[in-house]
Design a protein around this ligand. Structure first.
Ligand code: UFG
Length: 346
């Protein structure tokens, strides 16, 4: 990417969780689109070397502040100093199983941080917000593909509930603060990595999610992938998800900001971010093996508690209203995920 120099009239955007998987890719796209990303991350679930990767792609180091988003004093001081145009809020915990073990942690880190950020944005006149939500709010949808107006389901985990609650909080804040514009982005299953191989996902310990488990198995770091059930009512018996390339997802955040800027406040809109295609677990594993010419040993295990059978996005609204659609397919994402995994092993 061409090196872009900072200019005083660039719009600053706070990116909480900007050293994380989706956050780091979004930082790259924001900078490429002429924004000035300001990363806020306490590195509890990410690593400082991600900043090196971003710097290698952009040709300059991003602005970084090691702050816990629940630290209202530190966040307020930062917003007072930077007077940002807006914020993209990624910082959150996302392990469904852990949220069942420690719900208080999820309420504090997911809902608490959003409350602190919204308070600070109000105080310092930052009136554009993009919030990371999830297709988890749909639970097991009654009809597929799922549209944004499908009813929120009773969340099956504390994690899922925090996304429902955060969306509600953003909506309420938009009523209370008439200058505020917000976009709620419901991600389906983000996978892949930057095509440069310089940034990607850094799961801690044993991965919970499918694709990092697949890449680690192919790399020989795990013995065998366990497929969580093959007796579902789907064509091959395994669960179906909508896997979206992280770079497409990152670009949608930039688009969301640009879209908001052209519209009057108050504004609060929700969009699905997926490809509109559903792929089964077995399709993912077989596609990965084929496009990368590598073996992925697997076995069929029992169902995983809490898994929905099938969910994929209706992308009509994000295409027609936001003017965004996914450009990369499953094979692209799985190639990029493998390139990143190999880079990690270097
Ligand atoms: N899977 C396996 N083996 C594994 C890991 C996953 O078979 O080792 C299966 C899962 O059971 C599921 C599919 O692969 O059928 C996808 O699982 P992921 O964990 O990658 O993704 P989920 O769809 O479970 O999770 C996503 C988001 C979460 C969100 C959840 C809500 O990553 O943040 O959707 O449904 F909470």
């Amino acid at each position: 990417m061409a090196k872009r120099l900072l200019s005083p009239d660039m719009k600053k955007v706070i990116v909480t969780g900007g050293a994380g998987f989706i956050g780091s890719h979004t930082v790259v796209e924001l900078a490429g689109a002429g924004y000035e990303p300001v990363i806020v991350d306490d590195l509890r679930n990410s690593e400082e070397r991600v900043l090196d990767g971003i710097a290698a792609i952009l040709g300059r180091r991003p602005s970084f502040h090691r702050i816990d988003c629940n630290d209202a004093e530190a966040l307020n001081a930062l917003l007072a100093r930077e007077t940002p145009h807006g914020a993209i809020h990624f910082a959150a915990d996302k392990a469904v199983g852990e949220s069942v073990e420690d719900p208080a942690k999820y309420f504090r880190n997911n809902i608490g941080t959003l409350a602190v950020l919204l308070g600070s944005m109000r105080e310092h006149g930052a009136h554009h917000l993009v919030f990371s939500s999830s297709c988890t709010v749909y639970g097991e949808p009654a009809t597929l593909p799922v549209t944004e107006d499908a009813p929120d389901q009773n969340a099956t985990s504390p994690y899922g509930y925090t996304k429902v609650a955060c969306e509600r909080l953003v909506r309420d804040q938009c009523i209370a603060v008439p200058e505020l514009k917000a976009v709620l982005l419901r991600y389906f299953n983000p996978i892949g990595a930057h095509p440069s191989g310089l940034i990607g996902e850094l799961p801690r310990g044993v991965p919970n999610n499918l694709v990092p488990y697949v890449t680690q198995t192919a790399a020989g770091l795990r013995g065998k992938l366990r497929i969580n059930g093959s007796d579902y009512e789907t064509p091959d018996g395994t669960c179906i998800r909508d896997y979206i390339h992280v770079v497409d997802l990152a670009k949608a955040h930039v688009r969301a900001l640009q879209w908001m800027e052209q519209r009057p406040a108050p504004l609060c809109e929700v969009f699905n971010l997926g490809t509109g295609r559903g792929n089964s677990v077995l399709e993912v594993v077989k596609t990965f093996a084929r496009v990368n010419d590598v073996e992925v040993p697997y076995e069929i295990g029992p169902r995983r508690a809490g898994d929905v059978v099938s969910v994929y996005a209706d992308t009509t609204k994000s295409r027609d209203v936001l003017g965004w659609k996914a450009e990369r397919n499953l094979a692209d994402a799985l190639r990029d995920a493998w390139r990143w995994q190999q880079r990690l092993a270097d």
